[in-house]
Design a protein. Structure first.
Length: 311
């Protein structure tokens, strides 16, 4: 039943005059008559009757008027509630890299958000996977993610915000460890321990994002520091899992320590560290400032508070 027709019927009932009601409703009298006739067809009873030449509501029409007012009121209240909910609700797409500490932080922050903002609703959608996350956030494929930055061997500092794409915000989450991966085709796959020297002359497979190109240069310095030469090979890929499958022969790549993923738990992929050095990395939360919205910004504040409180 069209609520617009019900509103017209309520307006018509005030004057019981088609010409006057039509003028007040900015429709033609024939249109108004057609709409009321449609209501009568749906109800299955006449809504008006003539008595002594005067038009009045029929008994069914009086009952229907009461119900029409209730229906219109309910429709208006429902629309208002839905608009209010829409204004207070939003969703964000999060790339977690399957990194358990970050997922735990998200859970704590979401709980804090719900406690601090009970009138708001935030839906979190997970875009799980090892994607080129800075590019994904900058392009809007993800609203929030974690960004891994390998530390330089000489300890020199490079400030991430200076390199951020326009519209992307970042803050420090914590410290992690850069590990390495190889697949079964690598001749070192069955080794229990791998030294840097074992990888001398190997090709290091990496994505072709700006961060992966930088990571390749930094890791070349780490290996060079112990007299080992590795060759970075940056390949285009939408998902770093593609690299795991493409590696053949004397190749390896980098992985974030503590990441859990079905493929990385596969018996055909080995995650390893070299015996010669430990490569630290800094982990940042990055987010799309334009897409995050008001709820998302409040959630960002909860993330920061949880990082600070956890030390």
């Amino acid at each position: 039943m069209d609520t617009a027709y019900l509103r017209e019927y309520i307006e018509f009932s005030r004057s019981l005059n088609f010409a006057q009601a039509a003028a007040d409703l900015f429709v033609s009298p024939p249109t108004l008559r057609a709409h009321l006739h449609a209501l009568e067809e749906e109800v299955g009873a006449p809504l008006t009757a003539k008595r002594a030449g005067q038009l009045e509501l029929s008994p069914a029409g009086r009952l229907f008027l009461k119900r029409a007012r209730a229906i219109v009121k309910l429709a208006e209240e429902s629309a208002e509630e839905c608009r209010a909910l829409a204004e207070a609700s939003s969703s964000i797409m999060v790339g977690t890299l399957d990194y358990a500490p970050f997922e735990e932080l998200l859970t704590r922050a979401l709980h804090a958000f719900r406690q601090e903002h009970p009138g708001r609703c935030l839906e979190m959608l997970m875009a799980s996977g090892a994607y080129a996350n800075m590019e994904a956030v900058a392009s809007g494929k993800a609203d929030l993610s974690i960004f891994v930055r390998v530390r330089r061997r000489d300890g020199g500092e490079e400030v991430v915000p200076d390199e951020l794409p326009a519209g992307v915000g970042a803050f420090l989450f914590g410290e992690g460890e850069c590990l390495f991966w190889m697949n079964r085709s690598c001749p070192l796959f069955e080794r229990d321990h791998v030294t840097a020297a074992d990888l001398d002359g190997f090709t290091m497979l990496l994505g072709n994002s700006a961060n992966m190109e930088r990571s390749g240069r930094v890791l070349v310095e780490w290996f060079a520091g112990v007299g080992v030469t590795v060759e970075p090979d940056n390949q285009p890929c939408s998902n770093y899992l593609d690299l795991y499958l493409s590696g053949a022969g004397e190749t390896f790549g980098i992985a974030l320590g503590g990441v859990r993923s079905g493929l990385r738990a596969s018996s055909d992929i080995k995650i390893f560290a070299v015996d010669d050095f430990t490569v630290p990395c800094d982990l940042y939360v990055i987010y799309n400032e334009e897409r995050i919205g008001e709820n998302g910004q409040l959630f960002i504040d909860c993330l920061k508070e949880n990082i600070s409180s956890s030390g």
